[in-house]
Design a protein around this ligand. Structure first.
Ligand SMILES: [Zn+2]
Length: 220
């Protein structure tokens, strides 16, 4: 299982989908505004069909969902980390949250357009993410989306503390990468080894899709 949320860890919804207002040409908010960790992830398996800058949307990325044919828009980015026609999945880091375009502060405007890819012909992004369409505080650790393919990749967990991912299931493994608290990961195989006084699990980190071994007490 995986989340369909483009962030990891704790985040806020700061403006709901379909809120009415004169700030929008359509008279309503066509996406949902999220504030949280800087790294933005793709929310589907798909292909990058557009990247660029728009005076309203700022730096933006559009990913076409392979399964549904819908278009996922990630806007106001400070950085775009993907190229046109690049294949992405839910473990792909695609950009960094920013405050470009028509904004009052740093946030991600996440929008799902139907197959038309026309402005104001949208799907409900809150429903897609599985969260309430309501201003408030949330945590990706609490949301899991039914997706048979993702389920085969392991059980979704969140790091309880900063910890290392290692190439071998032992603390003496020289190859290691530090991951910070609230990062999400998939437990691929539990209890792979007992070494150095710890039980080790094989995991895949959601940040970049990297696989390795981690002490199983370090996530919740
Ligand atoms: Zn918005």
């Amino acid at each position: 299982m995986a989340t369909n949320i483009p962030l990891t860890g704790k985040f806020q919804v700061t403006c709901e989908y379909k809120r009415k207002g004169t700030a929008w040409i359509s008279g309503w908010h066509t996406g949902i505004d999220l504030v949280g960790s800087d790294t933005i992830y793709a929310t589907c398996d798909g292909v990058v069909t557009r990247t660029g800058f728009d005076k309203s949307y700022g730096n933006f990325i559009v990913v076409k969902d392979n399964q549904t044919g819908k278009y996922h828009w990630y806007c106001h980015l400070s950085r775009i980390d993907v190229k046109l026609n690049q294949t992405v999945s839910r473990v792909s880091k695609i950009g960094v949250m920013g405050a470009t375009g028509n904004v009052t502060g740093k946030h991600l405007h996440y929008e799902i357009r139907n197959a038309s890819n026309q402005y104001a012909d949208n799907a409900d992004p809150a429903q897609y993410m599985g969260i309430p369409n309501k201003v408030g505080s949330y945590d990706t650790a609490n949301y899991k989306i039914n997706d048979g393919q993702e389920e085969a990749k392991g059980t979704l967990k969140t790091l309880a503390r900063s910890t290392n991912l290692r190439n071998e299931p032992t603390t003496s493994s020289s190859e290691k990468t530090l991951y910070i608290e609230n990062t999400t990961l998939y437990v691929l195989q539990a209890g792979v080894a007992t070494a150095d006084g710890y039980t080790w699990d094989k995991v895949r980190i959601r940040v970049n899709g990297k696989e390795g071994y981690m002490i199983n007490k370090n996530y919740k």
